[in-house]
Every structure is written in structure tokens, then in C-alpha cells.
Design a protein around this ligand. Structure first.
Ligand code: ZN
Length: 444
């Protein structure tokens, strides 16, 4: 029997996959780097590689606006529901207040788009909670920048936070891991004072969006030590990434012992990304997925950034094959978007030759700082579990004074009781849809 990195046997996991065929129809606007079409391309490649029939496939049941307010404010969600390109001239002040209009534009069907991508993550978390899956995938999700009361960085509703809140109904501790090139600020902020959620983000830091994610920012109050940041420089390559990702995750698993994991797989950390500056290969990116999987915990896998259109489907399809323990060939099979993959028509592409500005000493230093934080934690968070205080901060704490101010102005914290009163989602196992997709796959 094959052994994985931990020496545990490679057991096939039960994988649930969430995809809504409408997702590719939404457009952020001409020239905008975020293209929901990449999720449709990914799906089509997954189907044509034959991976689709190895998973339980679902079209997510759409969540309600009320379910979004488990994290977001009522005001903000109401605004997302009502704003359209036609009426936005009447809402200038609110557009500013909620940071909607430029990076996060108003477009036709904005609210439905948010529902679709958030529903896949919540649906996946429910499948895991019901123990009907070991792994749930929602490539449309991973919009990690959205804040409690504002849009940010192409993200409106934070499906990562909503997925974690769902998992917290069933698990005492949830680990969030983020390999997008940008700091996972929205998720970190949501759980900054909680010891039930550890967030761990690996990202480019220094004159780069969103500007947060210093190694010294490690959580506050009950959450002190439960936000882990690994700030990195340009040109991060596979080998260097592995020398920090694996030890940090191993140590977190040992110290925190999560019951479930949410893994954000933003593909903008790949070499050649339109907005990124790392040089990970698809194999290097996928190695992180493989490593997290080796811990054999219930895991929700979501997408995220990724702005070079031909890279993203390659990456997420490869990672789907990793999660399924099903190797796939390097030759891209014929699919609806075949032309995008030329001239190579291969899954794995070479990386650029940019310089790696992360020296071994720098990586070692950051690793030691992170280890120091983790060593300071109580081995496993004990009896007094802190459940309230979700989505409390406006400003991640580079300055304590700012943080305290943000805490004082906080309102609308919801308790678990209210969450439990929300309607439970049921995800239809859409057989008709599966059959249709299988036909499509057989034709090709
Ligand atoms: Zn990103």
C-alpha cells in the first residue's frame, strides 16, 4: 500500500463537489481581472478529465440573505440585495460606505453571484458536518477579503467565514489555511478574538494588497496566538514554500488539534499570475493541498484569487485529482475551452525565472517566530471555550489602540442560538444534473 508524507496509508476520501452552472455567467466588468468564467472552465476541465464521476456532485441550494447575516450586518446585506447598475447613482453614500464601486464593482446579478459562491461553501460544510463527505470542494468560493460590513478585494460576502461558522456547530476547533498570495484578512479579522478558530495565512507582505498580515499580528484577547501569519517576499518557489508550509502546518496540527479544516487555494500564488509575484508551479501549489489532506480531517476546500485565466483551471483541476487520489495525464483533454490551453495543451507549465527574494535565513527566522507563538499556546484550548465575538474587528491589530476602538464600536454580534435557529440547508443531490454532465463527458 502506498504511504503518504506521514506514513499513513492513502485511503480514498469521500469527496463532495459543489458547482452551480450559472456562476460563469457573472461579469465584474470589462477589464476587471476577476473572472467567474474561470470556475466554469475549471468545471469543464474536471468533467473532461473524468474526475466528475468520482465525486458526489451537487448544485448548491442557495442560502438566504438571513444566513449571510450570521457574519455580515443586515445593512450591508440589504444593500447588496438592492444595488444594481441602474440604481447605483441614487446610492452614492452607501456605495462609499460599503466600499462597492471600484475594485468591487456593481454588476448585474451581484447578489445572486454572492449567493451562489457562498452556498457552495456552506453546503460543503454541511456535508462534512453530516459526515457524508470527508472532503468538500467549492472552487467558486474562497472570497477571503470580504468584511463584516464592507466589500474588499473583489469579495463581497465572506464564504470562508460562513463555512467556518457552519463547521463550528459541529467542531470545537476549526483551522483555516490560506495559500492565496494575498493575506486572508477578512477571515483573520472575523475570528481575531476567538480561540476556536485558528487562521493561518501564507502571503506576499510589503507594499501589497491588503497590507495586513505581519508575523507579529497573532490574534487578540482569547484569540491571542490563534492568528498565524507567514509574510513572504517576491519569487517564492516550490521548494522554499514547502520548507515553511509543511513545518508550520505540522506544528499547528500538533498544538491546535482542529476538528475540521478550511483550505483556501487562491491560485494567484502561481507563477505568471496577472496580479501575483510568486513563482509556485501547479505541483508546488498542489503539494500544499496534498499535505493538508494527509492529516485526514474533514476539509472544506475553496478557491480564491487567480487572475491568469489559463492557469486557474489547470491548478484547481490538478488539486481536485490530488484530493481524489486519482492521477491525471499531463495532456489536456479536449474540452469546451480547449483553445485557452494552447500552445502547450499540457496541465503542468514551467515556472518563470524570476529571482526568489526569500533567503533561507529569512524563512528560518519567520518559521521560528511562528513556532514561538505556537509554543506559547495552551496545548489544546481548554474547557473555557469562547463562542461569541465573531466578526468583531474593523481593523486588524497593527495597533492595539485601533483594535480596542474597533471593539467598542462593534455591534450586532450574533450568538450560537440564533445561528442554530436559522433554517438548515438541504442540498439537493441533483441527479438530473449529474446525468446531464455525465452525458457531456461521455460525448467527449
Ligand atoms: Zn489573492
Amino acid at each position: 500500500m502506498m504511504q503518504d508524507a506521514h506514513g499513513s496509508s492513502m485511503v480514498k476520501r469521500r469527496v463532495s463537489y459543489f458547482y452551480d452552472p450559472d456562476v460563469g455567467n457573472y461579469h465584474y466588468g470589462q477589464g476587471h481581472p476577476m473572472k467567474p468564467h474561470r470556475v466554469r472552465m475549471t468545471h469543464n476541465l474536471i468533467v473532461n478529465y473524468g474526475l466528475f464521476r468520482k465525486m458526489d456532485c451537487f448544485r448548491p441550494k442557495l442560502i438566504s440573505a438571513a444566513q449571510m447575516t450570521r457574519f455580515h450586518t443586515d445593512d450591508y446585506i440589504n444593500f447588496l440585495r438592492l444595488i444594481t447598475p441602474d440604481n447605483m447613482a441614487d446610492y452614492v453614500r452607501q456605495l462609499q460606505r460599503f466600499n462597492v464601486g471600484e475594485d468591487c464593482p456593481v454588476f448585474d446579478g451581484l447578489f445572486e453571484f454572492c449567493q451562489i459562491y457562498a452556498s457552495g461553501s456552506i453546503g460543503g460544510a454541511i456535508r462534512l458536518n453530516e459526515n457524508l463527505a470527508d472532503i468538500a470542494i467549492n472552487w467558486a468560493g474562497g472570497l477571503h477579503h470580504a468584511k463584516k460590513t464592507e466589500a474588499s478585494g473583489f469579495c463581497y460576502v465572506n464564504d470562508c467565514v460562513l463555512g467556518i461558522l457552519e463547521l463550528l456547530k459541529n467542531h470545537q476547533r476549526v483551522l483555516y489555511i490560506d495559500i492565496d498570495i494575498h493575506h486572508g484578512d477578512g477571515v483573520e479579522e472575523a475570528f481575531y478574538t476567538s480561540n476556536r478558530v485558528m487562521t493561518c495565512s501564507f502571503h506576499k507582505f510589503g507594499e501589497y494588497f491588503p497590507g495586513t498580515g505581519d508575523v507579529k499580528d497573532k490574534g487578540y484577547d482569547q484569540g491571542n496566538g490563534y492568528a498565524i501569519n507567514v509574510p513572504l517576499h517576491d519569487g517564492m518557489d516550490d521548494e522554499t514554500y514547502r520548507t515553511i508550509f509543511r513545518p508550520v502546518i505540522a506544528k499547528i496540527m500538533e498544538r491546535f488539534q482542529p476538528g475540521a479544516v478550511v483550505l483556501q487555494c487562491g491560485a494567484d500564488s502561481l507563477s505568471g499570475d496577472r496580479l501575483g509575484c510568486f513563482k509556485l508551479s501547479i505541483k508546488g501549489h498542489g503539494d500544499c493541498v496534498d499535505y493538508v489532506k494527509s492529516f485526514n480531517l474533514p476539509t472544506l476546500v475553496v478557491g480564491g484569487g487567480g487572475y491568469t485565466l489559463r492557469n486557474v483551471p489547470r491548478c484547481w483541476t490538478y488539486e481536485t485529482s490530488v484530493l481524489l487520489d486519482t492521477p491525471i495525464k499531463d495532456t489536456i483533454p479536449y474540452n469546451d475551452y480547449f483553445d485557452y490551453y494552447g500552445p502547450e495543451y499540457r496541465l503542468i507549465l514551467p515556472v518563470s525565472n524570476m529571482e526568489n527574494k526569500n533567503s533561507p535565513q529569512y524563512i528560518e527566522d519567520i518559521k521560528q517566530q511562528v513556532f514561538h507563538i505556537l509554543d506559547g499556546l495552551e496545548a489544546v484550548p481548554g474547557a473555557q471555550i469562547h463562542t461569541g465575538q465573531i466578526g468583531t474587528t474593523q481593523i486588524p491589530t497593527t495597533s492595539l489602540d485601533q483594535f480596542v476602538t474597533a471593539q467598542k464600536t462593534n455591534k450586532g454580534v450574533r450568538d450560537d442560538e440564533q445561528e442554530n435557529n436559522d433554517d438548515n440547508l438541504e442540498n439537493e443531490h441533483n441527479d438530473e444534473y449529474n446525468d446531464e454532465r455525465k452525458d457531456e463527458m461521455d460525448v467527449n
